[in-house]
Each structure stands twice: as C-alpha cells, then as structure tokens.
Ligand binder design. Structure first.
Ligand code: FUB
Length: 305
C-alpha cells in the first residue's frame, strides 16, 4: 500500500424514503450496489454514482452511501469520497467505478477502482480508504500493490476473520487472501476457475457453509445486456462449480449485484436504467432472493415501484 493519506469528506445526512419500492434511490443516479449489514444492525449500500451524459462512465466521480433498518426507508448518508481526494489518481478525475466495503477489528475499509493515469484502461488501481465509521470520515490510504489492472473489487470476510480479496473484468476473475491490515494481498492472487462466461462484478457470500461467487456475464442471447450468474464452492477461492443464471438482464447494458442476508431474509441488489432509459444513468434496486432446498438460487423476480 502506498501511504498517501488525504483529507476526508464528512458525510451530510439527509433522509431519502422510498415508499414506492424500486429504484430505491431516485434523486441521483446510482449503480453497482455492494450491500453489507454492519454491527449497528443497519444495512449499508455502497454504490457508484452515475453522472449525466453525453459522456458516461468516465464522469463517475464520487461515492455516496445509503442505509436502512427496514428495507423500506432509505437514508442517504451523504458523499464519502470523490476523485479529487485521490492523490495517485488520473489528473482528469472520473472513473470511480464499482466499490466495496469491509469491516475488520474496528475499522471500515472502502475499496474503489480508479485509474492512476490518463490512459485509464491500463492503469486501474484498487484504492483503499479507511474510517472508524461505516459512512463518514473515510481517508484514502493508498492502493493495493502488486496486482493487475482490473476493476470491481470485492472483499469477503469469512467466519474465522480471514479476509479474501477479488477483482476482475474483461473475462478474468482473480482472488486471494488479504493480510490482517486489509490493504495488502497475502501472496499472489490466483485465477478463479470454473466460472462460465465471466465478465465482471464479482461478489462472494456464504450460506450454510457453501461459498457463492456471483458475477455478470458477457451478454444475454441477443448479445445486448448482462445476465447475473453464480457458482459455488466449499472453499472461498474455488475451484467453482457453475450453477446458472440467477437474474435476467435489466433494461441496462450492464448489471452488477450483491447478495446479502438481512433480518432473516436474503436480498439481491442490482441496477437498471428505468428512470433514465440511458445505459450509463443507472438506478440501484433490491429484490428478495430465495434458495431451493439444495442450496441453488431461484431466479430473482425483478419488481418495480
Ligand atoms: O459502473 C462502472 C462499471 O460498469 C462497473 O465497474 C461495472 O461492474 C459495470 O457496472
């Protein structure tokens, strides 16, 4: 990790209720929701933030956090980070893509993909910002050293406290252990084997001792939109057994999801473009997720407000 601590951005709380259901955020465009339940009993969502066209994903420049205690009323916890706070980032800013957050030993770790150079696609780094709080006071600490230029970080902390880091895109998914400091990989990352048609958006969760790695694929049968697929394993690093599609495409070119249990119910977070009808102005959504008796996932039924 390169130690280049920068100033933090204090969150400004405001309430955003969503009595109409999906999309759960309607005042700004959000995508790539990574959901976690933290020790205060609330569910927190860490999405990326889409910005109005004519340009698209290059303009994504900041992160907000959302939280709820009932899956109905959502609180915008405010902005936690923007590209101007990243000293090693490309000078033009932008490209703050799909993030994740993890908690260990009293610290929250916010992981965000961001390029370090104008030639953005060859210079992706996974930045790490830390805080004592889940949704404010994050300070950039640097980025994870010694890994490839890939996007979409995911950090899974197992029951024994061991953290695993994943990232990937363009067909390659890599994973490995994190050291206790949560900012360095322990050894080399390895390719995740057994995933069928992997594109990006890795998410790992565990249920009844089984590890699930979910991801978006390259396209549906019409070659247009991502489907969400998953695979299972008895180990957090695979090899993985491909299990199928758990979510059909939305109206958006991309999809990116997370799966989490909250108050006894499992949920699938994802995004679509129903508010904008534009591929790069997306909106985060959530629907219930159910398992079959054998642990396979039933296809998620997407609902609208
Ligand atoms: O939001 C920017 C990128 O689009 C994400 O990193 C990908 O997963 C896709 O959703």
């Amino acid at each position: 990790i390169s130690l280049s601590a920068l100033t933090s951005c204090s969150a400004q709380k405001k309430n955003t209720t969503a009595p109409n259901g999906n999309p759960i955020v309607r005042d700004i465009y959000t995508a790539d929701p990574s959901a976690h339940v933290w020790k205060d009993g609330r569910l927190y969502v860490y999405p990326s933030h889409d910005v109005a066209p004519p340009k698209g994903c290059d303009l994504m420049d900041k992160y907000h956090v959302y939280s709820t205690d009932d899956m109905v009323h959502w609180r915008d916890e405010g902005q936690i980070l923007e590209s101007s706070q990243v000293s090693w980032g490309r000078k033009e800013g932008g490209f703050m893509w799909a993030p994740d957050c993890a908690y260990k030993n009293g610290t929250y770790y916010f992981y965000f993909p961001h390029p370090s150079d104008t030639k953005w696609n060859d210079t992706w780094k996974i930045g790490v910002a830390t805080s004592k709080y889940p949704a404010k006071d994050f300070k950039v600490q640097g980025y994870i050293q010694g890994i490839e230029s890939l996007i979409d970080p995911c950090v899974f902390v197992d029951d024994d406290g061991q953290a695993y880091f994943y990232h990937g895109g363009g067909g390659k998914c890599m994973g490995g252990k994190l050291k206790d400091n949560m900012m360095e990989v322990d050894g080399q990352l390895q390719k995740m084997e057994g995933l069928e048609d992997f594109h990006e958006a890795t998410w790992v969760h565990k249920r009844n001792g089984v590890y699930y790695l979910s991801y978006s694929d390259n396209h549906d049968k019409d070659g247009k939109h991502n489907q969400m697929r998953y695979a299972t394993s008895s180990s957090p690093l695979g090899p993985w057994k491909y299990q199928g599609i758990y979510m059909d495409p939305t109206d958006s070119y991309t999809n990116h999801g997370s799966i989490v249990e909250f108050k006894g119910q499992w949920y699938a977070f994802y995004h679509n473009s129903v508010l904008s009808h534009h591929d790069w102005l997306r909106s985060i959504c959530v629907d219930k997720l159910f398992y079959n008796e054998d642990g396979t996932i039933k296809k998620v039924q997407q609902t609208m407000g």
